[in-house]
Design a protein around this ligand. Structure first.
Ligand code: SF4
Length: 349
């Protein structure tokens, strides 16, 4: 095993201290074609060198604006799209070396935002849930599906023979969760899975997800634009901007003490329930730059009120914030002696 192999740092391969999944330097660039001969004219750098790990039994929340690359990252983790560069290690086994894509897909399932489009409208609910186990040759797929419907709060005697259009959005999302669990995954990726639900239904599904995590010993990657929801369910939070990771750390730490100006702006933009606490100016101005031609150096420098000369010249690396190496941010002004960390914190309050 080479020194650059992401597994080489882990002595506990396959054991409890081995992260369930390690993403190392993931890159995914999408070509844009145009013209008479459909030639490649540009490249969208959707995911551009993303690294993180997810520990067994934890929930990692991924946040960021639309187009930051969080959903593309999710699709790379589950093998729905191919990597351009990078490594994925699942419980110590390297994808393409120790395990195949098919084996990875068995261990990682995904729940999408659109609960209706995720289900075959011609299949009954029980057949939808039983479909995967049937393909895999697991025993008693229908009995397994009925049992799982009960576990996600849908009485199989009432719901098993219904079709997707006969269910509400919250009920359909419960079916999609049952469908994912039917494959006996270890990691479930939830991509805006509660975003389309009413608030009361959203809370029920979040509580269900927490219960199922404990009951089935699951690990989650939870992607959402809603910071309140991410805080409720996540142990750690990863913040993406324009295809890169800009901050990662324990949820409580990030919610109390954002180190990166982009994270601080996201949190400052959260709607307040206090009518006396009205925002006077937008904390984050303008749209994200075009991912076809991202800004040089720190990609956030075109929108950052702390930007200095170094920011457009040099790309900041993720570095440890404070004494705790679980909290990292990629910002020159957080480097020791810059004197800006207090101002960034103040701006977030
Ligand atoms: Fe702002 Fe510079 Fe930090 Fe980037 S590196 S977030 S531009 S202060």
């Amino acid at each position: 095993m080479s020194k650059t192999d992401p597994r080489s740092a882990k002595a506990d391969r396959g054991g409890p201290n081995q992260p369930l999944i390690i993403a190392k330097d993931l890159k995914k660039h999408f070509p844009i074609r145009s013209g008479l001969f459909n030639r490649q004219s540009a490249t969208v750098r959707a995911v551009d060198g993303v690294s993180f790990d997810v520990k067994k039994g934890e929930t990692l929340g991924i946040v960021g604006e639309s187009g930051c690359g969080k959903s593309t990252t999710a699709r790379l983790l589950v093998g729905l799209i191919d990597l351009d560069e990078g490594h994925i290690v699942f419980d110590g086994d390297g994808l393409g070396e120790d395990i195949s894509l098919k084996e990875l897909r068995r261990g990682v399932q995904m729940v999408f935002q659109d609960s209706y489009a995720s289900l075959n409208p011609r299949l009954t609910i029980v057949d939808s849930v039983a479909f995967g186990p049937k393909i895999l040759g697991l025993g008693n797929p229908t009995g397994r599906a009925r049992d799982l419907l009960g576990r996600v709060g849908l009485d199989p005697n009432r719901f098993a023979d219904r079709y997707p259009h006969e269910l509400s959005g919250g009920q359909r999302q419960r079916v999609n969760i049952a469908r994912a669990l039917a494959m006996e995954p270890r990691l479930v990726i939830l991509d805006e899975a509660v975003s389309a639900l009413d608030k009361s239904v959203e809370a029920q599904v979040l509580n269900l997800l927490n219960d199922l995590r404990r009951e089935f010993g699951l690990t989650y990657v939870f992607i959402s634009h809603d910071l309140n929801v991410v805080r409720y369910i996540s142990d750690r939070v990863l913040v993406m901007y324009l295809g890169e990771v800009v901050e990662i750390g324990p949820a409580d730490v990030i919610y109390e003490n954002q180190a990166h100006p982009y994270t601080a702006s996201l949190f400052a933009a959260m709607p307040s329930m206090d009518p006396d606490n009205l925002t006077e100016e937008p904390p984050l101005a303008g749209d994200p730059p075009n991912p076809i031609d991202p800004p040089s150096g720190c990609r956030f420098h075109t929108r950052c009120k702390f930007a200095e000369g170094v920011c457009s010249a040099k790309t900041p690396k993720l570095s440890v914030i404070g004494g705790d190496d679980t909290h990292q941010a990629a910002c020159h002004m957080q480097e020791p002696g810059s004197g800006h960390s207090a101002a960034i914190k103040e701006a977030a309050e």
